[in-house]
Design a protein around this ligand. Structure first.
Ligand code: GRF
Length: 220
């Protein structure tokens, strides 16, 4: 069983989606960690009987010292994989360099498009015909690590950021568990910081078709 630690700052719907399929997919969520003590994600973890822990940045002199304390807590539960599911903090390079396990993040855009915030509004402003979400390795560059998998949705003429976000979020709830399942089954591994699938370097992000990740072609 792959031991997964989840980091989350918000409502925790991706956490709930992960937890809904963890046993079947060969992973278990062994802890949920947050910078926000009142987050929905922590409440979800408590309700589900999962180890839930908050650490607030306020008492630390800088980003680095907070991150080192935060990830010391995370590593205490001995995860094999760390999953950022709506963890809304930039993580310092020093803390990242010391992490002994891979860390992935889910981001609501088709990276490399729209790193950072307000992705749905930015896709609408650009007049994009499609939008989506990406699961990527976390590196020191914000939303800039190698992309593992993506889910695409059409943009409708009458969309606003809220309707578009809802369409993307529904796909996120399949994309993230499917991506973690690849690690759990031993199909996805890291070699020198790059994702490898089934013993080969991953040439392009996997694409979600229905609930399944495949190597070619967007989800139309
Ligand atoms: C998701 O849109 C995710 O892509 C982004 O933050 C949001 C978290 O939502 N990183 P939730 O807390 O999982 O509901």
């Amino acid at each position: 069983m792959l031991r997964v630690a989840v980091l989350a700052s918000g409502r925790g719907s991706n956490l709930a989606a992960l937890q809904a399929c963890d046993d079947d997919a060969g992973f278990g969520i062994v802890g949920v960690f947050s910078d926000k003590p009142d987050s929905g994600a922590l409440q979800h973890a408590r309700d589900a009987g999962i180890h839930a822990q908050a650490l607030v940045p306020g008492g630390y002199p800088n980003r680095e010292s907070f991150d080192l304390a935060f990830f010391a807590d995370v590593m205490q539960i001995q995860p094999d994989l760390i999953v950022c599911a709506g963890y809304m903090r930039i993580i310092s390079a020093v803390a990242l360099a010391r992490l002994p396990v891979p860390m992935i993040n889910i981001h609501p855009s088709l990276l490399p498009l729209y790193p950072g915030l307000h992705t749905h509004a930015r896709a609408l402003e650009a007049g994009d015909a499609e939008h989506g979400a990406s699961v990527h390795l976390v590196t020191a560059e914000l939303d800039g690590g190698p992309v593992i998998a993506q889910a695409r949705v059409p943009v409708h003429a009458d969309d606003d950021p809220t309707t578009l976000a809802a369409r993307v979020l529904e796909r996120e709830h399949h994309l993230l568990p499917a991506s973690v399942a690849l690690f759990a089954r031993g199909r996805l591994k890291l070699h020198q910081g790059q994702p490898w699938l089934d013993g080969e370097p991953l040439a392009a992000p996997l694409q979600l078709h229905g609930g399944v990740l495949v190597q070619d072609g967007p989800d139309k």
